[in-house]
Design a protein around this ligand. Structure first.
Ligand code: UDP
Length: 489
């Protein structure tokens, strides 16, 4: 069978980790594949399906695309998680992460059963790097398997070389800068800034990292939510270590219409018209958007300090505070200090989930204050925005380095170690200073804005018909075609 653009039609089975920063790019990937005429099934659990229904199923119906959910119940309670925890962002504490991964691994059995009962198997499994058991399934059912990374090639190459050259082994101090070997630029990190899996050493952690690596090496192709023009040296260098590395992003750009930009993995906590009207009332490129992803948490003293810094900056801002962080203590402070009255007209607070992609791409938005999660980073790049960077954990220090040192579109807030909720890491003066540097920083700020704008234009070209990421998606489909033929022989 062939799609309207004469590409063969395959059935892709997408298996994401149940976390917003994985589900969002996976569902965007589903849209891209379906746009190329392909049929897509995405593994979901009931509560996540409810969150993504609008973003995917309604979207697929509106555009006549072949996307469906495969609902598997999440064995969270069997793994010792509280009821209702089906997504990393719903864990009461990140200390439960190991149990969450245990539950994610238990999806192996029901997925195997589903495959067993099928009359016709999927043509390809695209699985999350965090779910290495999918390689056993693919082998058992003789289905080609592709790995999808939700980080950059810069991060992949730095991590790979730090491990390969055992860089961290000889380092005793957490604050000593170490040079990353074998990368196109001079890149240094301290041990404290490396992701936990590289900083700490335990048999369990090493075992897990080795499983991820094996699953990546044995995949027939590797997809990355990035685009070649942005990090070509890193793409080329990492291509030597894996089979068929293809950048297919920025995936968030598949949501071109305003209503789709709203629909990213949750019901938004603000009415579309309210945020749009508010943004429409501000000058072009004047607003700073502040949001720290789906997982990081802050205690009231840090949030208050941040709020006071935003107020002192005199710059218009939209500030997203997670529901769980909007504690009675914070609410009391807001009320007693009449904070919202003080910032009225100049500051908008969203309590809960913001329509991030929509806000970033609005002409009034001029900067992004981010925790440097990769999805947020690439969404900021796609919107052509300069950024203020406050990395907190995981691979976020890699992303900060990439944004500030390589792309030269970021201003560091100045944290050098991962977030410790008990410590007041960022002071109001730091916030004020970073915003001033981003907005009024003279020639440097202007150059930063120009570079960011140019990158945004490059990102859009990459996903347009004929662009590098568009072509890579067609290469993937062609690859699955070839793989299918060799499996049948
Ligand atoms: N996001 C959003 N609204 C929010 C918070 C987050 O739409 O209020 C989206 C954001 O656009 C991004 C994802 O959630 O796509 C967060 O992923 P990221 O990798 O940036 O960070 P993480 O959640 O892993 O820390």
């Amino acid at each position: 069978m062939a799609s309207s653009n004469q590409q063969p039609v395959h059935h892709f089975l997408l298996v994401p980790l149940m976390s917003q920063s994985h589900l969002i790019p996976f569902t965007d990937l589903a849209k891209v594949l379906a746009d190329h005429g392909q049929q897509v099934t995405i593994v979901m659990t009931p509560l996540n399906a409810a969150r993504f229904n609008n973003a995917i199923i309604d979207y697929a119906m509106n555009f006549n695309l072949k996307i469906q959910f495969l609902l598997l119940s999440f064995p969270g309670q069997e793994a010792g998680l509280p009821k209702g925890c089906e997504n990393l962002d719903s864990l009461p504490s990140l200390d439960l992460t190991a149990k969450f991964f245990q539950a994610s691994n238990m999806l192996h059995e029901p997925l195997e059963k589903w495959l067993q009962d099928l009359e016709s198997l999927p043509s390809c499994i695209i699985s999350d790097i965090c779910l290495p058991w999918t390689s056993d399934l693919a082998l058992k059912f003789k289905i080609p398997r592709v790995v999808f990374h939700t980080v950059s090639c810069f991060t992949l190459l730095c991590s790979h070389n730090i491990k390969r050259y055992e860089v961290q082994d000889g380092i005793t101090s957490d604050s000593e800068p170490v040079l990353v070997p074998g990368v196109p630029d001079r890149i240094e990190f301290t041990k404290a800034q490396l992701p936990e899996s590289q900083r700490k050493s335990s048999d369990d952690l090493n075992n897990l990292v080795n499983q991820f690596k094996e699953a990546e090496l044995s995949a027939s192709a590797v997809l990355v939510n990035s685009f070649e023009e942005m990090e070509s040296g890193y793409v080329k260098a990492y291509q030597k270590f894996v089979n068929n590395l293809w950048c297919i992003g920025p995936l968030s750009l598949c949501n071109e219409t305003t209503s789709n930009k709203l629909r990213t993995g949750n019901k938004t906590s603000i009415d579309e018209h309210e945020s749009l009207n508010w943004l429409n009332s501000h000058k072009s490129r004047s607003v700073i958007y502040v949001c720290f992803g789906s997982l990081s948490h802050m205690l009231p003293p840090q949030l208050i300090e941040l709020g006071l810094g935003l107020e002192a900056s005199n710059c218009p801002f939209i500030w997203t505070i997670k529901k769980i962080d909007y504690t009675p203590e914070l609410e009391k402070w807001f009320k007693e200090q009449r904070f919202e009255e003080r910032i009225k007209g100049r500051g908008l607070i969203i309590r809960g989930w913001a329509p991030q992609v929509q806000i970033l791409s609005h002409p009034a938005t001029g900067g992004f204050f981010t925790h440097c999660g990769w999805n947020s980073t690439i969404e900021g790049v796609s919107a052509g925005l300069p950024m203020i960077t406050w990395p907190m954990f995981a691979e976020q220090f890699y992303n900060e380095k990439f944004v500030v040192q390589i792309l030269k579109i970021g201003v560091k807030i100045g944290v050098e170690v991962p977030m410790n909720a008990k410590v007041l890491t960022v002071k109001r003066e730091d916030v004020k200073k970073a915003i001033k540097q981003l907005v009024d920083g003279g020639d440097d700020a202007e150059e930063r804005r120009k570079r960011a704008k140019k990158l945004g234009e490059m990102a859009k070209r990459a996903v347009e018909k004929g662009g590098s990421s568009y072509l890579n998606a067609t290469l993937l489909i062609e690859h699955v075609n070839q793989q299918g033929k060799s499996y049948q022989r």
